[in-house]
Design a protein around this ligand. Structure first.
Ligand SMILES: *[C@@H]1O[C@H](CO)[C@@H](O)[C@H](O)[C@H]1NC(C)=O
Length: 226
């Protein structure tokens, strides 16, 4: 029994670990987002997006994200790619072509964020040619994109959430944790109960020794008195 208590405690802490690592979100919470650009065979560092350009948990939204200006002059044939990272680099998208080779006339980035309960499970992204309706609604943005000398340009990003309702591991762990805690308590109680007779014996011994000593002293003082 003395061995199983630390083991159980260990399993309780092990079950806690994934809970501590995963970020939990409430609907509407901003998800930390960074982006990295690639042009002229070089890449920028990760740069954080402002809240207004970040996805919000559980909410589908369309935003226009500014893209950094390359240091060197950017020609018509040059390729410009972008990569996103979400929730502190936990989820990365592939490199998305926005200008030049492989890029559509007006890029629209669709970011699909997979969620389950309060957790962000993953992110995928694809670049599409923006529908005609989008182009008509955002003429300035389209003109900026096609003007090689205009920076910063903005790219349309549509964040959409894909909700998974399958049984997730963490919910299981939420249940396991109290169960583990109860098991530990039960073990401690039964261990205490096992100790109880010994404790009673010990207390009895101490008290009886105390009384014997006191009695001896009493007798001693009595003896002196005689
Ligand atoms: C392109 O952008 C630059 C800088 O913003 C601007 O001065 C120029 O007029 C634009 N060209 C066209 C054709 O819109």
């Amino acid at each position: 029994m003395a061995v199983s208590i630390p083991l159980l405690l260990l399993s309780v802490f092990a079950s806690l670990a994934p809970l501590a690592l995963a970020t939990t979100f409430r609907d509407g919470d901003y998800i930390h987002t960074s982006r990295k650009a690639q042009f002229h065979q070089s890449r920028t560092n990760w740069q954080d997006l402002l809240g207004q350009h970040c996805p919000r948990f559980g909410i589908d939204r369309l935003v226009a994200v500014p893209i950094p200006k390359p240091q060197l002059a950017f020609g018509k044939g040059d390729t410009y790619k972008l990569q996103f990272s979400f929730d502190g680099d936990r989820h990365l998208t592939p490199w998305l072509p926005l200008l030049g080779e492989g890029a559509p006339a007006v890029p629209l980035i669709i970011v699909t964020l997979r969620r389950s309960g309060e957790e962000l499970l993953g992110a995928t992204a694809a670049v599409l040619d923006a529908p005609e309706e989008y182009k008509q609604r955002h003429p300035v943005l389209v003109a900026e994109l096609h003007n090689v000398t205009h920076w910063p340009k903005h790219v349309l990003v549509h964040y959409r959430f894909d909700t998974r309702n399958d049984v997730d591991l963490d919910r299981g762990l939420y249940v396991l944790f109290p169960v583990g805690l109860l098991a530990v308590l039960a073990l401690l109680l039964s261990a205490l109960r096992g100790v109880q007779p010994k404790l009673a014996q010990f207390l009895a011994d101490v008290t009886s020794e105390g009384t014997t000593a006191a009695a001896a002293m009493w007798k001693g003082s009595e003896g002196k008195g005689e």
